[in-house]
Design a protein around this ligand. Sequence first.
Ligand SMILES: [Zn+2]
Length: 232
Amino acid sequence: MSVLAILKELQVAHDGLKVIQRDLSALPPEMASIDVSLKAAAKRIQEVEKAILAAKDKSEALEKQQQQAIKAEAHARKELKASTHKVQYTAAMRSLEEKERQIETSQRAQKEIAATLSSLEAERESLLSSQAEDQRQFDELHEIFLSEHENQVVGKDRLTKLIAELEGNLDAATLNKFNRLMQNRNGRAVVHLENDACTGCNTKLRIPLIYKLKAEGSIICEYCQRILYLPS
Ligand SMILES: [Zn+2]
């Protein structure tokens, strides 16, 4: 088989695969709605997990703060015991009270963050369980959907294998060029000439190029760079 014949067949196989993939991705409404909720759940789970990590970080920082406050309080208490003079005693008392307030504030903040954390964890748990239930339902329906589309599933397998086979018969440079065109030219790399125009970009070819095409069987379209051939 000539390289052009392989490329033409490869294009046909890709076209067929595209149609099948469109059929297989057109989910019935019931599945589509589960799919939407699965995607929303995945997004929310990600957000919740991020929030959990942030809350844990904050909780750790507060814990450190608390340790420091406790140390400072112990120190203030010692100073209070050691104070003999009345003025000294009042100052030490004030300092101790301040340290105690700091501990209280930090405890309150810790309690708040613990509550936030546990509500986030509860939300995550409920999201994960409803996600699992949705996934189970989706998989069940998907299996039915695939059995109803058996022809497409079989066709997809066949075309996937054919594409691999055809690709195996091309040299790496040609295959790369083909795949790049497929990617950049809307899935159409190999096109034919019709009424002296490229059917890829609908541009009329210059006369010398038409002669060249007739002589060589295929050329690169000078406007869209697609592989252009003369239909037999
Ligand atoms: Zn063109």
